[in-house]
Design a protein around this ligand. Structure first.
Ligand code: NAD
Ligand code: UDP
Length: 354
């Protein structure tokens, strides 16, 4: 067995972070989570440990708190039995587009200041391997589909701007010191839950995103789904006219990180990958698939288009396939089944009293 490698996962209690922690533990990594629990619960960490039957070291710390962050890196330099930290997967940040328009300073502070703080601490401890959670939002409204990594970048809201700015900061950092190895992973639409049904997406309040919204309608927490527009008729849309997205199972996405890490350890420099399936599905197709998976009727109403939405978006994931040997294997049916399994076993998410 190879010597275990220690990684810090910021935002590891969150939706994508918790699923990635699980896959890291399964792969034999040692995991140190740093999360301020601003949008998550430590129950997710407990459950990941239960599923994997392995321990996670958890610190409830804000990544903007340089002293505390630095102390964690220091702690792992001490003692003969402790290996030092080899890399960081950086999920921590705020992610709601609408909220970012209302409270942009919180977004710039958490996402930009948080990342700068992390980078400075990493630099001072000589840890220069980083995986960063970027988003397909940096492509704006693409002229053609599928989207390749070298498409032009543009953003329309503060959340997207933080992702693009961080990408630029990381490019500057790498240009100034090529000993940094950085993977910018641009996620398409992560959905689904671990097959165990013990962890999943648990948004606070009314969900903004389609999948958790549908799941909460199916379980009876919300009365119906508003479908934002059925008049998107472009050559990339299905004939039902509802928006098209590249939904990717969160466990496939997590495995993308597992493939990106060893790439960094070979001194890859700065690399950029789309993590998507390459297939577009419409909102209506998803609703039907979710009805089939849950055996429940999902009432819906056609509502006006949501401001800022684009008609269709899906990835060309072939670069990640070629260079990381990674491919998303789970289907829309798997995504619906696993979301439903999580939602029906945990109708109130991680809160007690389910
Ligand atoms: P999430 O909110 O479930 O997870 C983010 C985690 O970061 C939370 O646990 C939160 O408590 C923590 N956090 C926030 N600010 C922090 C801070 N200052 N210090 C420490 N911890 C902090 O979100 P997620 O869906 O798991 O997303 C993870 C990352 O992936 C985010 O950076 C997000 O922007 C990015 N991303 C998400 C999606 C998506 O659709 N979910 C798509 C593209 C990119
Ligand atoms: N959507 C919808 N009703 C909702 C939430 C989303 O019809 O309650 C649609 C939205 O217009 C888009 C698709 O579902 O076409 C995916 O939206 P989501 O917010 O999940 O992801 P993103 O917009 O970031 O791609």
């Amino acid at each position: 067995m190879r010597e275990s490698i220690k990684v810090v996962v910021t935002g590891g209690a969150g939706y994508i972070g918790s699923h990635t922690c699980l896959e890291l533990l399964k792969e034999g990594y040692e995991v140190v989570v740093v999360d301020n629990l601003a949008n998550s619960s430590s129950e997710s960490i407990k459950r990941v440990q239960e599923i994997a039957n392995k321990k996670i070291e958890f610190h409830q710390v804000d990544v903007r708190d340089r002293e505390k962050l630095s102390a964690i890196f220091n702690e792992h330099k001490k003692g003969e039995n402790k290996s030092s930290i080899k890399g960081v997967i950086h999920f921590a940040g705020l992610k709601a587009v609408g909220e970012s328009v209302r409270i942009p300073l919180d977004y710039y502070s958490n996402n930009i200041t948080g990342t700068l703080s992390l980078l400075e601490v990493m630099k001072s401890h000589g840890v220069k391997n980083l995986v960063f959670s970027s988003s397909a939002t940096v492509y704006g409204e693409p002229k053609t589909l599928p989207i390749k990594e070298d498409f032009p970048l543009s953003v329309t809201n503060p959340y997207g701007r933080t992702k693009l700015m961080i990408e630029e900061i990381l490019k500057d950092l790498h240009a100034s010191d090529p000993s940094w190895n950085i993977a910018l992973l641009r996620y398409f639409n992560p959905v689904g839950a671990d097959r165990s049904g013990k962890i999943g997406e648990d948004p606070f309040g009314i969900p903004n995103n389609l999948f958790p919204y549908i799941a909460q309608v199916a379980v009876g927490r919300l009365p119906f789904l508003n479908i934002f527009g059925d008049d998107y008729h472009t050559k990339y849309n299905t004939k039902d006219g509802t928006g098209v997205r590249d939904f990717i199972h969160v466990s496939d996405l997590a495995l993308g990180h597992i493939k990106a890490l060893p790439k960094l350890f070979t001194n890859s420099g700065l690399v950029i990958y789309n993590l998507g399936t390459g297939k577009g599905s419409s909102v209506m197709e998803l609703l039907r698939a979710f009805e089939a998976a849950s055996g429940r009727k999902i009432p819906f109403k056609i509502a006006p288009r949501r401001a800022g939405d684009i008609a269709a978006c899906y990835a060309d994931p072939s670069k990640a396939q070629k260079e990381l040997n990674w491919i998303a294997t789970r289907t829309i049916e798997d995504m619906c089944r696993d979301t439903w399994n999580w939602q029906k076993n945990n109708p109130n998410g991680f809160k007690k009293g389910d």
